[in-house]
Write a protein that binds this ligand. Structure first.
Ligand code: ADP
Length: 233
């Protein structure tokens, strides 16, 4: 059975951190559209040049571009047994595209919606630092590196992502509210397997334990199950 997991949630809800913890537990690759797009921007290739200003403004890259990128990535051999999608789908067009792709292959995904309080999200994003070399994420308050400003893993100087500047954070959250949040209803209406988990207060490890337990529960592994909520949000 292909293990397809979609991590869904607002920017700053911890999708990337969870995906990193989950990939060890599930032994499937972590596919982050944000990381893939940033890689193209770093390389300065034609795609990177095309999307750089959109990303810097905190707006969403065009659906055709992202759909194509994801389809190509899912065709790679390491994704045959499964994958964790982080940051995709983010619009209705992307969700329809992905559902068509999955249904065409008889793959039943699990969508995990990480619910985080708005104020917690803003604080997280404003305090976020990233290693430009290995991509490891830190937070100056909740998850600081051992030495201030320096990556624990490779000693590289940490940076604030361009799109973690405050006005851009606001734009990213607005894009989430208008284009991505409505997908919760889409997943429900289409009877996709949706699980909602409160991710505001728990440590990343405790949350990952809960996410893993949800994904691997017998209920999720059954052939057919309706959209389910694990809390009242
Ligand atoms: P976050 O979830 O914290 O906003 P990401 O790394 O997932 O960060 O995304 C960074 C940026 O990359 C987004 O603001 C957007 O410009 C672009 N992006 C990533 N994924 C998508 C997507 N599925 N559709 C359109 N744009 C995307």
């Amino acid at each position: 059975m292909t293990q397809a997991v979609v991590l869904f949630g607002s920017p700053g809800s911890g999708k990337g951190t969870q995906a990193n913890l989950l990939k060890t537990c599930l032994k499937v690759p972590h596919i982050s559209t944000g990381d893939m797009l940033r890689e193209h921007v770093r390389e300065g290739n034609s795609l990177g040049v095309k999307v750089a200003s959109t990303m810097q403004a905190g707006s969403l890259v065009r659906d055709e571009v992202v759909n194509h990128l994801v389809e190509e990535r899912l065709a790679e051999p390491d994704a045959l047994e499964g994958f964790i999608l982080d940051g995709y789908p983010r619009t209705r067009t992307q969700a329809e595209h992905l559902c068509g792709w999955l249904d065409g292959r008889g793959i039943r995904e699990v969508v995990i919606h990480l619910i985080v309080d708005y104020n917690v999200i803003v604080a997280r994003l404003a305090g976020r630092r990233q290693c430009p070399r290995c991509g490891t994420l830190y937070n100056i308050v909740s998850n600081p590196p051992r030495v201030a400003g320096v990556c624990d893993l490779d000693g590289e100087k940490l940076v604030v992502r361009d799109d973690d500047q405050e006005p851009v954070i606001r734009q990213r959250l607005a894009a989430y509210e208008s284009q991505s949040r409505p997908l919760i209803d889409f997943f429900r209406e289409k009877g996709r397997r949706l699980y909602e988990i409160d991710a505001s207060d728990q440590s990343p490890e405790a949350l990952s334990f809960q996410v893993c337990r949800t994904i691997q529960s017998p209920e999720v592994r059954q052939p057919v199950s309706p959209a389910v909520s694990t809390n009242d949000h």
